[in-house]
Design a protein around this ligand. Structure first.
Ligand code: SF4
Length: 95
């Protein structure tokens, strides 16, 4: 079991740090390849570009507003940016 400080969060405690390879493994699951659940690549890239420029991104992986790994959250049609009052990207609905 990993040790961590009770006063730290997933975004800043090294005990919770995930690698890009860990995230790649999550994204290899069928759900993330499914047109039913996953956004088109261009939408995914534009969502990630907004996250990379956002001050709420911690460690290059984690949104500190919701605690999600943005490479995972941004892949899903139903998700939207959780920034209160200033959402950077919205749930995806094909036009
Ligand atoms: S999901 Fe929204 S609040 Fe979180 S890092 Fe991305 S742009 Fe920022």
């Amino acid at each position: 079991m990993r040790e961590h400080s009770p006063s730290s969060c997933r975004g800043c405690d090294p005990a919770f740090r995930v690698s890009e390879a860990d995230i790649d493994r999550v994204l290899a699951a069928p759900m993330f390849q499914s047109a039913e659940h996953a956004v088109p690549d261009n939408v995914y890239e534009s969502r990630l570009a907004l996250c990379r420029a956002c001050p709420k991104l911690a460690g290059g992986t984690t949104c500190i507003v919701c605690g999600c790994y943005v490479r995972v959250a941004a892949k899903l049609k139903a998700r939207s940016c959780p920034m209160p009052g200033n959402s950077q990207w919205q749930a995806y609905a094909a036009q």
